[in-house]
Design a protein around this ligand. Sequence first.
Ligand SMILES: Nc1nc2c(ncn2[C@@H]2O[C@H](COP(=O)(O)OP(=O)(O)OP(=O)(O)O)[C@@H](O)[C@H]2O)c(=O)[nH]1
Ligand SMILES: [Mg+2]
Length: 253
Amino acid sequence: MNLVFVLGTAGSGKSTFTAKFTRFLEYHREDVMAVNLDPGSLILPYAANVDVREYIKVEELMEEYGLGPNGGLMLAHDMMAGIVQDLSNDIEDFTPDICIVDTPGQMELFAFRDIGAQIAKELTDAEKGVIYLFDGVFCRDPLNYVMNMFLASAINTRFLLPQFQIVSKTDMLEPHELEEIMGWAEDPYLLEESIDTRLTGMNRMISQDMIEVIERLGVEFSPIPVSSSTNEGFNELYADLMRVFTDGGKFTP
Ligand SMILES: Nc1nc2c(ncn2[C@@H]2O[C@H](COP(=O)(O)OP(=O)(O)OP(=O)(O)O)[C@@H](O)[C@H]2O)c(=O)[nH]1
Ligand SMILES: [Mg+2]
């Protein structure tokens, strides 16, 4: 079994991608299942086969402990540590070949606290990977693009798993905007040039410094442009996943 975590900043398109990519894999006759690990989600665009909300619901915690939404979310994430085995059992009951795992909206609560690393290690003994979403709309600004490079690198050092980057929501971008983002990914000089011409003051300085740190971390950035509206990029991502996990064959032979 293979298990892929879908990570990205709030609203970057994780749940929509999980819904559409799961359906795409079903169409390709893969034995796939969708898992929801976001205890704060109210409505999901897919039917989760395994759902953390069966064990932990943020609204109920808020009511029971008199917490606000952020306190409720923090408690919910801390409580997830106690149900990793239950979730693993639920997933194993389905025995899928590939599992797409939607993660919480507040990425920092999940990925940068102990629960993220614990889940990456202990959620079943499947071979695992990460799909990191660069929010396409947000990344039109070079500062936000660099911030996302930084976050993707930080995820990489926390999870220590094969990582696939995608630029999401490409159907919402003008062709020249997507071209610019892809140019930044391919050629560091183009990114430096955009930082110099489009940013000023502190933002320019921070971006330049962050790029140096990111280079030292050594993460490869060749994101695939993806749209969950048009399925653009799904074939390429599917091929990349197969190359890394199954030597190029299907997940379900
Ligand atoms: N046009 C377009 N809209 C998208 C795409 N992906 C996501 N959206 C929209 O972007 C918004 C956020 O998408 P979600 O899938 O909820 O994002 P998320 O990362 O799961 O959000 P949180 O879990 O709240 O952090 C929704 O209104 C989606 O319909 C896409 O590829 N194209
Ligand atoms: Mg979501």
